[in-house]
Design a binder for this molecule. Structure first.
Ligand SMILES: Nc1nc2c(ncn2[C@@H]2O[C@H](COP(=O)(O)OP(=O)(O)OP(=O)(O)O)[C@@H](O)[C@H]2O)c(=O)[nH]1
Ligand SMILES: [Mg+2]
Length: 435
């Protein structure tokens, strides 16, 4: 059965593209097909099109030839006509042959898949040079095995615009051939390396400074940018769209006792995140991989909260960040009732409940970050001679100052010193420590 969201409408305004969604119901209780299609609808809307209907079919696994069964394909083909559909969007990545078979059988509409849609949104939101290069790399890698199938698709896109049309922007049809795409991948990789070399310099500087790095990771729309803004004066764009953030932003964050940390916000994760994107965004994701602590931020109000958490855990594993200490943080609790909060605490006693909007729970979160940051520290009693002004500065900026007094010999301090700095303070250690 086809679930119709909107009847065809006739108006004089420039038409928004009309999309029909198609998914498979695999009987997955964690991530039911309705939820997956609802998320796909949000993706479509983020990309600027309108969903006019959705179709799902109960299948154990996808049909190798046409993803859905042949009867269902006919149903979709009819719906394309009756609902004036411009684009049919499949909720899973189609194989190149499934795509070309579907294109033959469903006339009058573009056929794209979730991956192409996500890549398109990334293209729309990429602002930095690195972001744009990474998106182009992912698009080219996606395009390469599909070149034959994409020929007509690209040609019609270029004329029609709309969903999926930011593929190969500015390219002439002739250029779309395997050799050229491969060459382009090579060039993008080269350019990316240059951009990333510069970034590496900054990152290495942070690394060698021994500064403690905290990364905010989580599902798209969890409120990562809002949290960065709440903790620092980052003023990162935060809005109710999927994949608002593509580039990572790192800001200085000063703990109440004076120690400085680096706090990063980065690209959000999603179910079925295309592997081409994960590979292309490796350097952006390195912000997470190189962190000392990950704040796993969860939208506590999300229908599919648990499934979203699982998706995030899986991506963290995929990028090799699963061994990094994590704090589980539920955001948007301003929208939960007292009862709902209790259920959440009962289920995740180790988690923190916050609201980036009302700042509820933020002080507790800062305390927990501080505790984690101090976990690799050692308490030292030192007397820093007045000639060692720089070391006094280091103590204030990178260590926790537990006590401080001034004597004739110098500044006597009790410090919680991160391991990386211990050797710097050793020469000035007071006798009581060596006991
Ligand atoms: N009610 C409520 N809304 C919030 C809170 N934090 C964030 N939001 C809203 O959630 C939406 C997404 O917030 P962002 O900070 O952009 O989320 P993000 O995780 O950075 O999203 P992407 O960059 O798209 O992955 C915005 O509309 C925010 O205003 C919160 O604590 N409470
Ligand atoms: Mg964001």
């Amino acid at each position: 059965m086809i679930f119709i969201v909107k009847e065809p409408m006739y108006s004089t305004e420039k038409p928004t593209e009309r999309a029909l969604l198609v998914g498979i119901d695999r009987g997955d209780a964690e991530w039911p097909v309705e939820e997956s299609l609802a998320e796909l609808q949000r993706l479509v809307e983020t990309d600027g099109a309108e969903v006019v209907g959705s179709v799902s079919q109960r299948l154990k696994r996808a049909n190798a030839r046409t993803f859905i069964g042949s009867g269902k394909v006919k149903e979709v083909a009819t719906a394309v006509q009756t609902l004036s559909v411009d684009v049919v969007i499949f909720d899973d990545e189609l194989t190149p042959s499934q795509q070309s078979n579907l294109e033959k059988e469903i006339k009058g509409a573009k056929i794209i898949d979730r991956t192409a849609l996500i890549l398109d949104i990334f293209a729309l939101h990429a602002t930095s040079r690195e972001g744009r290069l990474q998106v182009r790399l992912a698009q080219s890698q996606y395009l390469l095995p599909r070149l034959r199938g994409m020929w007509s698709h690209l040609a019609s896109n270029r004329m029609g615009g709309g969903v999926g049309s930011r593929f190969g922007e500015g390219e002439s049809q002739l250029e779309v051939d395997r050799r050229i795409v491969r060459k382009r991948i090579g060039q993008i990789n080269q350019e990316l390396r240059k951009v990333q070399d510069e970034r590496d310099i900054q990152r290495k500087a942070r690394l060698s400074s021994g500064i403690y790095k905290v990364a905010i990771a989580g599902y798209t729309n969890a409120g990562k940018s809002s949290l960065l803004n709440a903790l620092t004066d980052a003023q990162v764009l935060a809005y109710d769209k999927l994949f608002a953030t593509l580039d990572s932003t790192t800001r200085r964050f000063v703990l109440p006792e004076g120690r400085e940390l680096a706090l990063s916000d980065t690209v959000g994760f999603i179910q079925k995140l295309p592997t081409t994107l994960i590979e292309a965004f490796k350097s952006t994701l390195d912000e997470i991989v190189n962190a000392n602590l990950i704040l796993h931020l969860v939208d506590a109000t999300a229908q599919q909260r648990e499934a979203q958490m699982l998706a995030v855990t899986e991506v963290l594993e995929q990028i090799g960040a699963h061994h990094i200490p994590q704090l589980l943080v539920f955001n948007k609790v301003d929208e939960l009732s007292a009862g709902e909060k209790e259920v959440l605490i009962g289920r995740y006693p180790q988690a923190m409940l916050i609201s980036a909007l009302t700042r509820e729970g933020i002080p507790t979160l800062i305390n927990r970050i501080e505790l984690a940051a101090n976990a690799d520290s050692r308490v030292m009693n030192v007397c820093l001679p007045f000639s060692q002004g720089a070391l006094v500065g280091l103590a204030h900026e990178r260590c926790s100052v537990l006590s401080e007094s001034f004597t004739e010999e110098g500044t006597v301090m009790q410090l919680s010193v991160p391991q990386v700095y211990v050797s710097r303070f050793l020469p000035y250690q007071l006798a009581q420590d060596s006991a």
